[in-house]
Write a protein that binds this ligand. Structure first.
Ligand code: AMP
Ligand code: MG
Length: 356
């Protein structure tokens, strides 16, 4: 959501390679109790939510499969129109403009994302925090100018950050800021939420199975394409070359059924200041880029949780992050550390998803 248009090109190429590889990697296995007629339709790459999106729908006939793809895309457009901070007409932009001056009534989806976000802030001890907007902007600008922000700039942005400065009213679906200058940034959760809405719409339209990929926030559900038993998702090596292009190498391939797989990382988007990389993910307790993990993949039952948790674990670091994920049922993590050797650490149940 918060990607800037000039960063999109390398992501298209990499995204295309990743999904193409993932698609062809799918093993051809015996069909076991899967619906016999499986027709697949797919969207090709679309630019939505500031990133590249691809939807695949498996249905009993071509027309239903195509309708399911269209319904999924419609939901992603809807979420983008409501939640993009790069669209001054979006609901979230209106909230950012007005919610200090007066209470703002928001739509169901926006309220749901706000409410879930605050729950994740509490669960992660403030590591996940949608009020990081002023710090995200400050570090983005710093990267463009190749100049670290000053102490006073950081202090002034920090004064506007903190999820406890939001007042949510669940009955009236309203929001109010208690401090002037708060700027919500839903970039760490809205893609996952969009994926979940798209999956629900596709299911209501009669899909047998589907795969939705919004810039690396992926959800696979139901029957995979004909001839396959599971959905495959490749994890990229978290590395960029000197031109900023992401590595084409896959570190591993996951095989999943009815799972969301989301990866957050500092390798695709970062600010480069005096040769040092600062992640686009902000650690609210240091007011600077998250450090220690190059890539965090979360495997969960839905994409909203997977998205928020991947961002949160990037902030929390390997020890606290892994310990948190171990406490959440049916949720696994695969972490790849920063540094030259790209050390992998897995939660206890993650191994079963890795293709041997
Ligand atoms: P993701 O790619 O899902 O990890 O999301 C990263 C995006 O989330 C950033 O580009 C920001 O827009 C936003 N963000 C940055 N830091 C945080 C944070 N600590 N909590 C929630 N969202 C964040
Ligand atoms: Mg996220």
């Amino acid at each position: 959501m918060s990607k800037k248009p000039n960063r999109i090109k390398p992501i298209v190429i990499i995204g295309a390679i990743l999904v193409t590889v993932s698609y062809f990697i799918l093993t051809v296995e015996r069909q076991q109790g899967r619906p016999r007629n499986r027709i697949t339709a797919e969207s090709g790459y679309r630019e939505i939510m500031g990133t590249f999106v691809r939807i695949m729908a498996v249905a009993a006939n071509k027309q239903t499969a195509q309708t399911c793809v269209d319904k999924g895309l419609e939901q992603l457009e809807l979420v983008d129109n409501l939640m993009s901070v790069h669209n001054s007409k979006s609901e979230i932009s209106e909230v950012n403009r007005d919610a200090y001056r007066h209470t703002v009534k928001v739509s169901e989806p926006v309220f749901e994302v706000l409410q879930r976000s605050v729950e994740f802030s509490k669960l992660t001890d403030g590591a996940f925090d949608i009020t990081v907007g002023p710090l995200v902007d400050l570090w983005y600008q710093a990267g463009k100018e190749n100049q670290k922000p000053t102490e006073s700039e950081i202090a002034s942005a920090k004064a506007k950050v903190g999820y406890e400065k939001l007042v949510l009213d669940a009955e009236n679906k309203t929001l109010r800021f208690t401090v002037d200058g708060i700027r919500l940034d839903l970039g760490g959760i809205a893609k996952g939420y969009g994926v979940d809405l798209a999956a629900r719409a596709m299911q209501q339209a009669g899909v047998l199975g589907g795969m939705i990929d919004v810039g690396g926030d992926i959800r696979c559900f139901g029957a995979p394409p004909r001839g396959k038993q599971k959905w495959s998702v490749g994890l990229q090596e978290p590395k960029t070359d000197e031109k900023g292009l992401v590595s084409h190498q896959l570190v591993l391939v996951l095989e999943v059924v009815d799972r969301a797989v989301t990866t957050s990382g500092d390798y695709r988007r970062f600010a480069l200041i005096d040769g040092k990389r600062y992640s686009h993910i902000i650690n609210p307790s240091t007011s600077s880029g998250a450090e220690g993990l190059s890539s965090v993949t979360i495997i969960a039952g839905n994409a909203t949780d997977a998205d928020a948790l991947a961002t949160a674990v990037s902030v929390m670091g390997p020890e606290k992050g892994l310990a948190l994920i171990e406490t959440i049922p049916d949720t696994e993590a695969i972490l790849i550390s920063s540094g030259l050797e790209f050390k992998q650490t897995l939660t206890s149940g993650a191994e079963k998803y890795i293709k041997k």
